[in-house]
Design a protein around this ligand. Sequence first.
Ligand code: DGL
Length: 280
Amino acid sequence: MIDRNVYEEVSQAPIGVFDSGVGGLTVAREIMRQMPKERIIYFGDTARVPYGTKSKETVTRFSKQIARFLQSHQVKTIVVACNTASAYAIEDLEAELDIPVIGVVKPGARMAADVTRNGKIGVIATEGTIGSGLYSKYIKSLREDATIYGKACPLFVPLVEEGLWEDPVTVEIARRYLTELIDLDIDTLILGCTHYPLIRSTIGSIMGEGVTLVNPAYETAVALKKLLAEKNLLNEVTPPLGSNPYQFYVSDGAEKFKQFANSIIKYGILSAKTINIEEY
Ligand code: DGL
């Protein structure tokens, strides 16, 4: 429950956003752009990243701990910005939490089902997200005749974190990963991992103009705005100047996190605090 001594109205409480690390900042960035009055509490699990190679049980346990941490900060809703955590843990979180929870998989799947013309959709993501089959399941529930081709692209995450967004090495690796999807004649490609929107132009130039790229980070912010409006939870009041509406927490390496965050978000990240997530 939201503590009324802290926020006058529930709608003024922050949105909790979490990811395995820095990648979820692509989702936080979209929320900041689309809902500039909202406060955000972001948690990046930098001590335990990556999630993409871990089991469903582990990722679900981590996700539940983080949800408890975010709830201790009075969040009004939780955004599971990590595709892998969304794919593995969203149903458990929905069952356990008494506040609205939204993941990135459903909004991305919905947009892909909407925009495809030939019904052939590619999904690129971590091994975990592809293995979960959740993108396929959601797309099929909306468009029965769709054919979904999943492709794990494990090297993209470290390349993005190294800042090699348009480097020839990234272009070459992207070509190797994506050629089979081009050969399969897909017309829509879901960027099903937090990091991939940052190499969107590299991916787009390889796939060509005929392929629509779907960015779940963007679609999630659109869906979140709708959800908050439906539940009367949209914040109509601009947070007062100097009130630091964006707060960042990590489980390790706060300084490195801050540097990466400042390279992709134009609002200055004033600080990032390290906490012990195992306590939650
Ligand atoms: N955030 C993860 C995702 O979107 C990618 C990084 C990881 O493997 O933890 O799936």
